[in-house]
Design a protein around this ligand. Sequence first.
Ligand code: DQA
Length: 150
Amino acid sequence: MATPKNILVVHGPNLNLLGSREPAHYGSATLAAIDQRLLERARAAGATLASYQSNVEGELVNRIQQAQREKVEFIIINPAAFTHTSIALRDALAAVAIPFVEVHLSNVFAREKFRHHSYFTDIAVGIVSGLGGKGYELALDFALQYSPGA
Ligand code: DQA
């Protein structure tokens, strides 16, 4: 398979508040600024990138199912608090079988114990945690050169 050209970025609950939400954990960049940087980076590489945020678990499940119909080839997802709770979201990613990287702005392993468990990591290609907004860009760079099995 060629490298992915159709990429979806999914942001979970409360990430719409980035910029003002707990900046010590999540930095000062807004979600719009993060998404804009990703879009520009993808475009420069000749890829298509769409971003989606929802606070609602079922809407995130629906968006992931839609990604299969849209022939999305790679997903970058920050499931936010659903990381630690959502079997439904995990099942959606497993069902569509689209390779994905799990991103967290903060280092979840350096925080409360309940954040150490993820329902996603074992089925993800990989995880980026603790590198702030830059983590999404690193995940995108990875996605742009990803080739399954390589
Ligand atoms: C987060 C970490 C989660 O534990 C938390 O619930 C979030 C954001 C992160 O990006 O660091 O909402 O996924």
